[in-house]
Write a protein that binds this ligand. Structure first.
Ligand code: NAD
Ligand code: IPM
Ligand code: MN
Length: 375
């Protein structure tokens, strides 16, 4: 039965800019391996977003792309962004607008960013093993409110970004975070700046009220400046972190150091319509086209997508493949591994690990690839 297609699933795939297409190619390779192993059929509908979409259509989120996203079972995205716009603060149209519009249009109010310190990487981090050991946290970042979406005024001599939150916006992401904490180590940390910001005080008041509905979850409150320090000082303390849009953006890049590289962190954005799965990292333009980017964030994002599609064993197989390959000491250059490999070689190893399962033998892989750098 293993190889009879049983499950036809339509996916929207948005590779985007910079390293986006390279890491997405590996994620699709891994999905194809999952399809082969478990007898599924994934159909991929590719669409443009970001700088490439501006080049092709003038818009960072063409209508065609949005439509493909709306009609898919899930969306897998790479990254957007191009130095052309990063260096031009006067640009009227920007790649980032495409991603923000996509999140807003689909009502993707919760961005879930798990951070795991893999065993095979503990000695490669700039942080000490004993600090990292046991790190397993998950950030719930509010994604469609706050400073990102408040009214903007942009003059030559003056500019402002409004930060606004409503109780409804706080509640919907908070409830997801509470539920997750209830299934994990039962600790929820709200990160805010309630000593200064009115929006943070609204968050804090609401979380105090909601806490009554989740008596088994221990709730803690931490100011964002302190949280930034505690994250690297005592990371294993954290279980679920709940925070607003901008703080979540900043803290997740910081948290990536715990995982060894920004190239390790996946995310899921969920909300009112089709869910979106994308790495936490950006388009890393310095590496574009060089086949050196770490594809793990994109691959684990595809893993989170499988979870959301109800394919738990398949998602587990993806995570197990990552663990196994990392344990061999193999990795892309950002990880400073014992055995270096390229982005596409890493994707090949993951695909083999999934297809071969218990039979997976990296020695045989080396012989087949004829590679000198892999085991
Ligand atoms: P970035 O995340 O692209 O890269 C920052 C650094 O992280 C890189 O210099 C590199 O050292 C490391 N890194 C990131 N991804 C990696 C990977 N897969 N493998 C190995 N190392 C990796 O952030 P940036 O340089 O500040 O931004 C570049 C562009 O990306 C900008 O245009 C920005 O707006 C955009 N951006 C997009 C997203 C997104 O698409 N979700 C996220 C962040 C930034
Ligand atoms: C991310 C990115 C985006 C954000 C940018 C590119 C709009 O940094 O997904 O983390 O700030 O949300
Ligand atoms: Mn970011």
């Amino acid at each position: 039965m293993d190889h009879i297609p049983t499950n036809k699933i339509k996916l929207a795939v948005l590779p985007g800019d910079g390293i986006g297409p390279e890491v997405i190619e590996q994620a699709v390779k891994v999905l194809d391996a999952v399809a082969e192993r478990y007898g599924h059929f994934f159909s991929y509908c590719y669409g443009d977003i970001g700088a490439i979409a501006i080049d092709h259509t003038g818009s960072p989120l063409p209508e065609e792309t949005l439509e493909a996203c709306r009609t898919a079972s899930a969306i897998l995205m790479g990254a957007i962004g191009h130095p052309r716009y990063d260096q031009d603060p006067n640009a009227k149209v920007r790649p980032e607008q495409g991603l923000l519009q996509l999140r807003k249009s689909l009502g993707l109010f919760a961005n879930i960013r798990p951070v795991t310190a893999y065993d095979g990487l503990l000695d490669l981090s700039p942080l000490r093993r004993e600090i990292l050991a046991g790190t397993d946290l998950i950030i719930y970042r509010e994604l469609t409110g706050g400073l990102y979406f408040g009214e903007k005024e942009e003059g030559d001599r003056q500019a402002s970004d409004l930060c606004r939150y409503t109780v409804e916006e706080v509640d919907r992401v908070a409830r997801l975070a509470f539920e997750k904490a209830g299934q994990r180590r039962k600790r929820l940390t709200l990160v805010d700046k309630a000593n200064v910001l009115a929006t943070s005080r609204l968050w804090r008041r609401r979380i105090m009220e909601l806490a009554g509905d989740y008596p088994d979850v221990e709730v803690e409150y931490l100011y964002v400046d302190n949280a930034a320090m505690q994250l690297v000082l005592n990371p294993s303390y954290f279980d679920v972190i709940l925070t607003e849009n901008l703080f979540g953006d900043i803290l997740s890049d910081e948290a990536s150091v715990l995982a060894g590289s920004l190239g390790m962190l996946p995310s899921a954005s969920i909300g009112l319509q089709t869910s979106l799965f994308e790495p936490v990292h950006g388009s890393y333009p310095q590496a574009a086209g060089q086949d050196i980017a770490n594809p793990i964030a994109a691959v684990l994002s595809a893993g989170m997508m499988l979870d959301q599609l109800g394919l738990q064993p398949e998602a587990e197989a993806v995570r197990l493949a990552v663990t196994r390959v990392l344990r061999l000491g193999v990795g892309t250059p950002d990880l400073k591994p014992n055995i270096g490999c390229s982005c596409s070689q890493f994707g090949d190893l993951l695909a083999s690990a999934i297809i071969e399962g218990e039979e997976f033998s990296p020695r045989r892989e080396k012989m087949e690839a004829g590679a000198s750098t892999i085991i």
